[in-house]
Unconditional design. Structure first.
Length: 269
């Protein structure tokens, strides 16, 4: 498995700080969520000197992969802007990253879950086909009304596998009572990327290993289904400014996950 971090944990950083943190702490890749305070990655990276192509080259020269780009798209939103997903697919093309993250969103007041599922499936299928044509994949995160493996599996079953898959946020299903083994059974072989985080029983985020999320069990389950992708820290500094800074959390996470993989006998890379 590989180690990465999301720029959600360093929302104000620019390219030099991001690459330096990855290289100095031994990360293999970076997931882009924020860049220099902006959530509009297409615009922010487009404004970079040399544009997305030069942005990509800077990462390549540093030996750091851009492992995923994150949209804010919510598939079940009645007013979903499909064009946002299409823009992100083109950005993924320019950056050479394989995956674009999307959310499922919430069930709207006054409608059934089945109605929301059908609407989300139609959008996801359309974007998945477009991503597939570009050699990319749209990943539905375990989040919102699709936080459980069984809920994600339901939508993935409805859509089919062309250009789609799952981003398993390890935190959400287990906090909602789904056992790691059950989540792995339902979506493990359709998981292409992960988010790793920890919290206490009070729901407050903590550094990895300092909360009660069963990270060792979760990583063992991932390994058991043959997952070889990223363990990507999602430290929600952008949404919770009181959390410790990336200069503290990123080194700790790299050490913790490296030791966990060693303990479980799982190779890096």
């Amino acid at each position: 498995m590989k180690l990465g971090f999301s720029t959600l944990g360093c929302p104000e950083w620019g390219i030099e700080e991001i690459i330096d943190a990855a290289r100095s702490n031994g990360y293999d890749g970076v997931e882009l969520r924020h860049y220099e305070g902006s959530l509009d990655l297409v615009e922010a990276i487009g404004a970079f000197s040399g544009g997305a192509v030069e942005f990509r080259r800077r990462f390549e020269r540093a030996g750091v992969e851009i492992c995923c780009v994150d949209s804010s798209l919510r598939l079940a939103d009645p007013h979903v802007a499909v064009s946002e997903g299409e823009r992100m697919i083109e950005l993924a093309m320019s950056l050479g990253t394989p995956y674009v993250r999307v959310f499922g969103g919430e069930v709207q007041t006054g409608e059934t879950r089945e109605q929301a599922l059908k609407r989300a499936a139609a959008v996801f299928s359309r974007l998945g086909k477009k991503a597939h044509q570009r050699g990319k994949r749209m990943l539905l995160e375990t989040h919102d009304a699709f936080s459980l493996g069984k809920q994600v599996a339901e939508l993935l079953d409805e859509v089919g596998g062309e250009g789609t898959g799952c981003l398993w946020d390890l935190h959400h299903p287990v906090r909602l009572g789904e056992k790691p083994s059950e989540t792995a059974r339902l979506i493990g072989n359709r998981t292409y990327h992960t988010h790793v985080k920890d919290s206490g029983d009070d729901g407050i985020y903590r550094r990895l290993g300092e909360g009660t999320v069963p990270l060792q069990e979760l990583v063992r389950e991932l390994h058991g289904v043959g997952y070889k992708g990223y363990l990507c820290l999602e430290w929600e500094k952008a949404w919770h400014p009181d959390l410790a800074g990336p200069e503290i959390v990123f080194p700790h996470t790299a050490r913790y996950l490296s030791e966990l993989l060693r303990k479980l006998g799982i190779p890096r890379g």
